[in-house]
Design a protein. Structure first.
Ligand code: R5P
Length: 272
C-alpha cells in the first residue's frame, strides 16, 4: 500500500488500538431527511469530537461540517436512486475522484449490490474506483448494501459480498453484523466495519451488536441511526467508543452510557 493511501487510512483507523468509530450520516442521499438527521449540522456538531471519521455526501459535507474541522471524512460517492424506487441497486458514481481530492477526504465509499439487478454495474464501479484510488492515494470502502431485502443479512450472503469486494480491490469493507459473523471476517482479507442498521429497541442491543462485531474481528463500526436517533447520542457514542477502543464489556459500556447521560444531556433537538 502506497504511503499516501496508508496515511489517509491511518487518520481514522487509530494506531493505538487498530480500531475505529465512524459516524455514518449519509442516509439522506437516498432516504431524504431521515428522522433526527433533518438538520445534519445540529445533529452532527455535538458528535464530531467523538467520531474517528464522519461518513457523508459532498452536500452534507459542504453545508454541515465546518471546513475548520479536523474530523476525517469518508465521502460517499455513489448514488442516483431513492427509496421511492423498488430497485435500490440502480446506482452509479455520483462524485468524481477529483472532487474527493478537492474536499481533502480520507477515503471514498460506494455501495455494492451483490445479487441485485445492478450487481454488475456496482462491482465494475468499485473496480474502477479502486484503480483511480490506487493511482491517487485514496482508500476505497465498499459497502455491502442489502437494499430492502434485510433477510439477505446472513453470514453466507455477507461473506460472499465482502470477499468479492476485497477481491476487486476495496481497501476496507462496511457490512452488517449477523449470526456467525466470524465467518464473514474469516473470508475477508481486508478490514471490516459494521453498520448498525435501523434503530434497535434497547441501548443494550446496540452495545451487544458492537461488542459482538469487535469480538469476532471487525475493526470498528460505521454506525448512524443507533447513535443519532438515540435520545442521548453523545452518551451512546461514548459507550460505543468504550467497547471499540477500550475493550469495555457490554456491562461496562452500559455504565459509561448511564454516567454520560447525566453529563451530556439529551439530543439538541428531539422531534418525536
Ligand atoms: C446507508 O444509508 C449507509 O451506508 C449508512 O451509512 C449505513 O447503513 C450505516 O448507517 P446505519 O448504522 O444507520 O445503518
Amino acid at each position: 500500500m502506497d504511503w499516501g493511501l496508508q496515511n489517509r487510512m491511518a487518520r481514522f483507523i487509530k494506531s493505538a488500538t487498530g480500531h475505529t468509530v465512524m459516524l455514518a450520516a449519509d442516509h439522506g442521499y437516498f432516504m431524504g431527511p431521515t428522522r433526527r438527521l433533518e438538520d445534519p449540522r445540529s445533529t452532527l456538531e455535538p458528535l464530531l469530537p467523538y467520531a474517528d471519521a464522519i461518513a457523508v455526501t459532498r452536500g452534507v459535507l459542504r453545508h454541515s461540517i465546518p471546513a475548520t474541522s479536523d474530523v476525517p471524512i469518508v465521502l460517499r460517492v455513489s448514488g442516483g436512486v431513492t427509496v421511492l424506487k423498488e430497485d435500490l441497486s440502480d446506482e452509479a458514481i455520483t462524485t468524481s475522484m477529483e472532487e474527493a481530492l478537492r474536499l481533502n477526504v480520507s477515503a471514498v465509499a460506494l455501495s455494492v449490490f451483490v445479487g441485485a439487478p445492478h450487481e454488475h454495474d456496482s462491482l465494475v464501479s468499485l473496480a474502477e474506483l479502486v484503480d483511480e484510488g490506487e493511482a491517487l492515494g485514496m482508500p476505497v470502502m465498499a459497502i455491502t448494501a442489502v437494499g430492502k431485502e434485510l433477510e439477505k443479512r446472513d453470514a453466507r450472503y455477507l461473506s460472499l459480498a465482502c470477499r468479492v469486494s476485497a477481491e476487486l480491490g476495496a481497501h476496507m469493507v462496511k457490512t452488517y453484523y449477523c449470526e456467525n459473523f466470524e465467518k464473514v471476517v474469516e473470508g475477508c482479507p481486508v478490514p471490516l466495519v459494521v453498520a448498525g442498521g435501523p434503530k434497535l429497541d434497547t441501548d443494550r442491543s446496540v452495545l451487544e451488536l458492537c461488542a459482538g462485531a469487535i469480538e469476532k474481528g471487525a475493526i470498528g463500526v460505521d454506525m448512524g441511526r443507533n447513535i443519532w436517533q438515540s435520545d442521548h447520542p453523545v452518551a451512546m457514542i461514548k459507550a460505543i467508543r468504550a467497547i471499540v477502543h477500550e475493550k469495555a464489556t457490554v456491562r461496562e459500556a452500559l455504565q459509561t452510557l448511564t454516567a454520560s447521560k447525566k453529563t451530556s444531556g439529551p439530543a439538541a433537538s428531539l422531534p418525536s
